[in-house]
Write a protein that binds this ligand. Structure first.
Ligand code: ZN
Length: 147
């Protein structure tokens, strides 16, 4: 049987993040001016994945956006990635995804967002409005097991 390599996209409307963490992240984005359209903010998601593949996010990091065109794309610097990985491991957790903002106000992941997300990772697209922080989650996964 030929294994299919076609990725399946899932869209998760209600990502879990503790309220205090959610508010702290919103404040950090506003502080960095990432809601004004100047540039995208980005960081990593730390958490765990259970045996059903459900991702639980318990913490986040705030990285420098080192993308060449930070107004409409993001790139987490390699050093930050390594530090975050170590930080997660020390807490018995793992890197489970990446988040970034869309100053445009749309939470739709771009084609580049989807292409750039490592398999199994959770991607969060964030927007900040007067009403608060909006998060849209997406994920690239293997095709579901049959049975
Ligand atoms: Zn994006």
């Amino acid at each position: 049987m030929k294994p299919s390599s076609k990725p399946r996209w899932t869209w998760r409307g209600a990502p879990h993040l503790p309220v205090a963490e959610r508010e702290a992240l919103r404040a950090r984005i506003v502080e960095a001016d990432g809601s004004s359209g100047a540039h995208e903010c980005c960081g990593l998601l730390i958490g765990s994945v259970d045996s059903e593949g459900v991702v639980r996010v318990v913490d986040w990091t705030f990285a420098s956006n080192v993308a060449r065109h930070p107004t409409d794309s993001f790139l987490v610097e390699a050093d930050h990635l390594m530090r975050a990985e170590r930080q997660a491991r020390e807490a018995n957790l793992a890197l489970v995804g990446a988040w970034h903002t869309h100053p445009s106000g749309s939470t739709e992941p771009s084609a580049q967002d989807r292409r750039g997300l490592p398999e199994g990772w959770l991607g969060w697209v964030l927007t900040v409005t007067d009403q608060g922080l909006h998060i849209r989650a997406y994920r690239r996964e293997e095709l579901p097991r049959s049975g």
